[in-house]
Structure formats: structure tokens, C-alpha cells
Design a protein around this ligand. Structure first.
Ligand code: GLN
Length: 533
């Protein structure tokens, strides 16, 4: 069995420096050299998972094949590495405490006082090594959420200290900081980095590599200064300069030799030069598109683009696959009315109605669907977006007055979207939706079949409500077809209007499976239709 090497990525100075992207970029480079790598994220908050969080808190909730509701960084990991993650790849403080407390209740600690050290840190350690123990990975990269100095992160940093002590050169710490530019004096400042490393040292952890986020290039003197103050060699001070797209970061990290430095420190051979041709081909097309296309993204969290991270990235991937740049117009559904809808959607070549929960903004979403349907504009509805397409069709084509989803209206006379049978006895909110991958059969001749070129697929889900099959016949007679059906349960997974140019609603979330190297067929088909191809 292989000896797994562990890399920890911590952050200092401020949040939002892009630890997730640096982790994913390093993983990409190691993978491109022939190593098998996975990335996991440890989040210091007390929610057991981010499934119950409002998207305004931490952005989108990403869903894995095995149905874990996770941090959006796992989406980056998958999009960069093209390898699925799982429940084990995202752990929160809440989950750690939950297991320790469950063990305590069972009496597993045999009368001992249960403490942060060693019991919480042991549980963190066990989970940090879980994927390494499978034998599937040469390298496990662990991103620690939060910023050094946060009270919440302390047990994680302490565990990293212990693991480094135990594993020696089989473990390594990369610390990401910010080098701010003071415009008034025209200087780049290293003091915040020095302080941040001092704080790591106070906790007993000497970072092995420093990645410095900066808006301006760092000269060698700055690197030398940081090296001197922070006990690292100059070659271990890596510049991470702002770039126009996150997909360029692996190439920047390669220029800075982050992969070489890391492999040398871990005593691993460099193997081949990173094989990045497909990646650079993707970037070339991204930078020099032949066409442009305007897509409206209609949702209720659009002020925070991170709430729709995977959708935005999937549109970009699908754009590149169609050699086109996708311009997203972010449209808030709440203020949409009959009077302003045309003005908001004019010039859009495609309309996407986003997933979501609850009543807020629903009327605007229904108006957007209607506009797309009546004006023959390519339409993609995802999860709640698909449910809106069904409700709109029920009301305006089948003339079922006040048809609705029973999520929004318990008393609707026509619950065309209704609570799934298996959901009826569930009262806990966390981790109880229909989650993860389920099969879907696709009907030949549909837009979906055209996109997938296959009669079956598997897609990831996150919902409680479903198309109400009691109404399926009526919909089909009126021109909306179920073109994707779960073979085991008969749940409608895809609806389409065959008479329309391209009108597809999907109950699942295709955005969770789109990667740089495998753009999702549904998004590719949508953009193709929007381009009028
Ligand atoms: N609120 C809807 C449901 O639970 C849709 C969920 C979603 O869009 N992810 O079924």
C-alpha cells in the first residue's frame, strides 16, 4: 500500500484569499504529473453540514454523488480534478462534536473526562486521515476553513501540529496570506504576512510554503524579506497574483514551481512535466471565443454570485465547448412584474431559472418562464426552476387556476408539484432531502436525448417536492412532455415542450457535474440552442 502524503492549506490575514482555488490548482498540477490526489475541506462552524445554511451565509451548497451537502469549494475541487468527491471530503466542527458526543453517550470513553485535546483533536485527526487510509491517494490535500487567529480554527491547527510531528516529511503546511499594496506610498507590505506566520508559530506550526496573494508582482527582495522573517527558503515563497479567471491559477502556480517545491519537500519524485494540454486548450478558447451569447440567470440570491457558483461555472464550461463567451445577466426575481419583464429580458438569447426554496421571488420566476415560453427563447429550469415551468404551464396553458407547488401553497386546488411520499414523515431539516445521485431514463427524440446521446444518465438531486404524476397525462395532452423518468420510482426528472425551440426543465442539478474537461451536456445543449445552432 502507498504511503499517503498530507498537505494542509491554511489561511491568514483575511478570508476570501482563495484557499480553495490554490488547493485545487496544486492538486491539478500534481494530478497532471501522474499522482492521484484528493482534496478535503474542514470547516470550523457548528452546523453539522452547510445544508441548512441560507446561501447568503456561505454561498451555494454543493452536493456530491453520495448525497453529502457540502461547502462550495468541493465544486472547485471536482471542476479542476474531474474526480468526484464524497461525504468524507467535507467535515465541520458540528460533525466532529456530534460523533464525539455520540461516543460519550454510548460510554465509549470509559469514564474519562472528554476534552478538546485529545478527544476532539483525535476525531479531527481520524477524519483527516480517512481518505489517506483508503489507499487510493498518493496525496491528500486538506483545506482548513477560516483564518488563523479565529477561535473556531484552533482545534484544527492543533491537530495539524500533531500530525506534522507524527509524520515528519510526509506532511506539509502551505499558508496563504495577503500582501496588500498601499497606493499612497506605492508599496507592497509584508507585515501582515509576518504577523500571520507568527500566529501560526504561536500555535506550534511552522508553515513550509507561503503563498502570497497580491495585486502586483512581487520582486525578489520582497520574497527574500518574507523568507527571512518567516523561516522558509526563498523558493518556498510563492506569488499568487490576481488573474482574470480562476482556471489560470494552475498555470501561474506552475510558473512559480509550487508543485516542484511541494514534491521536493515531500520527498516525492517529480515524474513527468505536468500534462496540461487539454487544460491550456480550454483556456485558449476561453480567452479567444468566436461568439458571444447573453444568458439571463433568474434567481432570488443574485446579489451574491457565489449562491449560484456551480451554475455560473457550468455556463462558462458550456460556452467554451461552443467556442463562445457567455455573458450572464443576473436578474433578481423579486422585483419582476408584468410591466418590467420584457425590459429586463430583452436581448437575452437564453433564460435560466435557478433552484431555490420557499415563496420569496416565486412570482417573478413564473413570469420569466412565461416570457421564455411565449417568446420561444431557449429555457433551462433547474430544480425549483423546473417546478416553476410546470406551475406556469398548468396555470397558463392547462388553465388550472391557482395551480402551485404544495411547498408554496398548502391549499392549492391543483398541487402540480407535491411533496414526495417518502418526505411526508420527515420533520428534521438537516440532511433529509432526496439527495445525491439517482438514475434517469431519457426518451429518444427529446432535447435531453440530443444532449446526452444516451437513453440513461445519473444526476444529483436536492429536493423534497416532485412533479405530481396525477397530472402527467393532462400535461402531455397539452404539449409538455416528461422526457426523463426515474426508472425505479417513475418520478419525472425532465420536462420539455417539444414545440418550443429548446425548453427543458430538470428536477436534478446538472451544474454539480460540469467540469472543465467534461462540460455538462444539458448546459452545452442549452448554450447551443441559445446560439441558434
Ligand atoms: N424547493 C424545491 C424542493 O424542495 C426545489 C429545491 C431546489 O431547487 N433545490 O423540491
Amino acid at each position: 500500500m502507498k504511503t499517503t502524503k498530507y498537505i494542509f492549506v491554511t489561511g491568514g490575514v483575511t478570508s476570501s484569499l482563495g484557499k480553495g482555488i490554490i488547493s485545487a490548482s496544486l492538486a491539478k498540477l500534481l494530478q497532471a504529473r501522474g499522482y492521484s490526489v484528493t482534496i478535503q475541506k474542514f470547516d470550523p462552524y457548528i452546523n453539522v453540514d452547510p445544508g441548512t445554511l441560507n446561501p447568503y451565509e456561505h454561498g451555494e451548497c454543493f452536493v456530491t454523488e453520495d448525497g453529502a451537502e457540502t461547502d462550495l469549494d468541493l465544486g472547485h475541487y471536482e471542476r479542476f480534478l474531474n474526480v468526484p468527491t464524497s461525504q468524507a471530503n467535507n467535515v465541520t466542527t458540528g460533525r466532529i462534536y456530534q460523533s464525539v458526543i455520540n461516543k460519550e453517550r454510548k460510554g465509549d470513553y470509559l469514564g474519562k473526562t472528554v476534552q478538546i485535546i485529545p478527544h476532539i483533536t483525535d476525531e479531527i485527526k481520524r477524519r483527516m486521515k480517512l481518505l489517506g487510509k483508503t489507499g487510493d491517494f498518493d496525496v491528500v490535500i486538506t483545506e482548513i476553513g477560516g483564518t488563523i487567529g479565529d477561535i473556531e480554527s484552533l482545534p484544527y491547527i492543533e491537530t495539524v501540529r500533531q500530525i506534522k510531528w507524527e509524520l515528519g516529511s510526509d506532511a506539509l503546511v502551505i499558508h496563504l496570506t495577503l500582501v496588500p499594496f498601499l497606493a499612497a506610498s506605492g508599496e507592497l507590505k509584508t507585515k501582515p504576512t509576518q504577523h500571520s506566520v507568527k500566529m501560526m508559530l504561536e500555535n506550534g506550526v511552522q508553515p513550509d510554503v507561503l503563498v502570497l496573494r497580491t495585486e502586483h508582482p512581487l520582486n525578489n527582495d520582497i520574497k527574500k524579506k518574507v523568507a527571512l522573517f518567516c523561516n522558509v527558503s526563498v523558493s518556498s515563497v510563492i506569488e499568487s497574483i490576481d488573474v482574470p479567471t480562476i482556471y489560470e491559477v494552475p498555470l501561474k502556480m506552475r510558473e512559480e514551481k509550487l508543485d516542484v517545491t511541494v514534491l521536493e519537500k515531500l520527498n516525492l519524485p517529480l515524474k513527468n512535466e505536468p500534462a496540461l494540454k487539454p487544460w491550456t486548450d480550454f483556456l485558449d478558447t476561453l480567452k479567444q471565443p468566436e461568439n458571444e451569447v447573453n444568458i439571463a440567470l433568474v434567481g432570488k440570491y443574485v446579489e451574491l454570485h457565489d449562491a449560484y457558483k456551480s451554475i455560473a461555472e457550468s455556463l462558462l464550461h458550456a460556452g467554451v465547448s461552443n467556442k463562445s463567451k457567455v455573458n450572464i445577466k443576473w436578474i433578481h426575481s423579486e422585483p419582476l412584474t408584468d410591466d418590467n419583464i420584457a425590459q429586463e429580458l430583452v436581448g437575452m438569447s437564453g433564460i435560466l431559472v435557478a433552484p431555490g426554496f420557499g415563496h420569496r421571488g416565486i412570482d417573478g420566476k413564473l413570469l420569466a418562464v412565461k416570457y421564455a415560453r411565449e417568446n420561444n427563447i431557449p429555457f433551462l429550469g433547474i430544480c425549483l426552476g423546473m417546478q416553476c415551468a410546470v406551475i406556469e404551464y398548468a396555470r397558463n396553458v392547462l388553465h388550472l387556476k391557482d395551480a402551485h407547488s404544495s411547498e408554496m401553497s398548502r391549499r392549492t386546488p391543483y398541487p402540480v408539484i407535491d411533496l414526495m411520499e417518502e418526505q411526508k414523515e420527515i420533520f428534521d431539516m438537516g440532511g433529509t432531502m432526496r439527495l445525491g445521485s439517482y438514475p434517469c431514463g431519457i426518451i429518444k427524440g427529446s432535447n435531453a436525448f440530443d444532449a446526452y446521446q444516451s437513453e440513461t444518465t445519473n444526476e444529483r438531486h436536492r429536493h423534497r417536492y416532485e412533479f405530481n404524476n396525477k397530472f402527467l397525462k393532462d400535461f402531455e395532452n397539452a404539449g409538455m412532455k416528461g422526457t426523463g423518468i426515474n426508472p425505479d420510482t417513475d418520478l419525472v426528472e425532465i420536462v420539455e415542450i417539444p414545440k418550443h425551440k429548446w425548453f427543458v426543465g430538470v428536477q436534478f442539478h446538472p451544474e454539480y457535474k460540469s467540469t472543465v474537461l467534461n462540460p455538462h451536456p444539458i448546459f452545452v445543449g442549452f448554450i447551443k440552442a441559445a446560439l441558434g445552432k
